[in-house]
Design a protein around this ligand. Sequence first.
Ligand code: FAD
Length: 390
Amino acid sequence: MPVQRLVPTQEAADLLELTRELAREELAPRVAQAEAEEQFPREVFRTLGKAGLLGLPYAEELGGGGQPYEVYLQVLEEIAAVWASVGVGVSVHGLSCFGLATAGTREQQERWLPEMLGGELLGAYCLSEPHAGSDPAAMRTKAVRDGDAYVITGEKAWTTHGGQADFYKVMVRTSEHRSRGISCFLVPGDAAGLSADPAERKMGLTGSTTALMRFEGVRVDADRRLGAEGEGLPIALSGLDAGRLGIAAVAVGLAQGALDDALAYAKERETFGVPIIDHQGLAFLLADMAAGTETARAMTLHAARLKDAGLPYSRQASIAKLVATDNAMKVTTDAVQVLGGYGYTRDFPVERYMREAKVMQIFEGTNQIQRLVVSRALAKGVPAQTAVLA
Ligand SMILES: Cc1cc2nc3c(=O)[nH]c(=O)nc-3n(C[C@H](O)[C@H](O)[C@H](O)COP(=O)(O)OP(=O)(O)OC[C@H]3O[C@@H](n4cnc5c(N)ncnc54)[C@H](O)[C@@H]3O)c2cc1C
């Protein structure tokens, strides 16, 4: 079922059409094999980069697409509806450019951003450590100043694109102060002393490489530090607000893909002499899947529009991530139910969707952490605002 969309410009509508075409022609024919063989589709990212889809929400003068976040997220959703691992990769790449785009000096931005946003280079970001996921301020990886450089030593866990990326946005400790002792660096993928462990063997999202990165005395020029010393955690956290919306959009796309497959099957498969969609008990399952997915999309785009208007959106981003990923888990599970026994086999993609949905409740801040963000904002009493557009 085509998704009804409201976009702000004809340019955005054309962009979405281009995305659907690319998804149909470049992504759909490859996804099943790449996921089954656990192959990272590096060439797909080059294709998306050439089409201008890897830097959409960033300024045009820096090599980005100059699109509002609400348009970028809808593009992301269309990609994820066909291939979740690639949707996650686009979101992660965007997040790895965020520190430079928001906290870098003009000189740093002009030096590196055009290639990063133009899709030549693929990015990754390293915040989590083996013992520090939900609590990133507990990180131990250190950068020690040595003349005009820093020397980084430690481990970063769970890096999406670990070992595949051309650059890594890395948060490391430059002093012992828990939250103001963390700094942010842009580390080239070929830096001496930087290596990736063998990829994690995951339950799903198998086309996306996830690996622990080792920093063994990695020397990084001081001009690769983004923002001042000690500003790394705020840079990482503000990036996460935007990144959470990316994951929310990916989850909406995944749920939409599962709903589309379940709906098509329900119109074909017959029991008791009629298509199963004619059994009200099953049709209501589909109705709930549609209701949840459209609600998740609306919440995600609401948060994006607040961001586009320059208003606070952190609480709404957490709500969107929570609602959209919980919905994706439910919808993909129900899609398996709609397909009955066939849904439980690897002959149909719905079992894969269900495995892919699970991780979305875990990364970019677990859904318990999203509840923490929302409940703290409620306790603080963030004031309601009414913004008038135009
Ligand atoms: C496939 C994949 C890709 C990833 N990609 C990246 C990446 O590119 N870069 C990166 O930096 N990280 C990445 N991560 C890491 C991810 O962000 C962390 O796994 C996540 O933040 C959770 O951290 P943890 O695994 O250490 O769990 P823990 O923090 O140990 O949490 C364990 C459980 O306790 C709960 N919990 C913890 N604290 C609280 C609390 N205060 N209140 C209530 N419940 C709590 C959690 O919700 C969770 O259920 C990725 C993870 C995966 C699985």
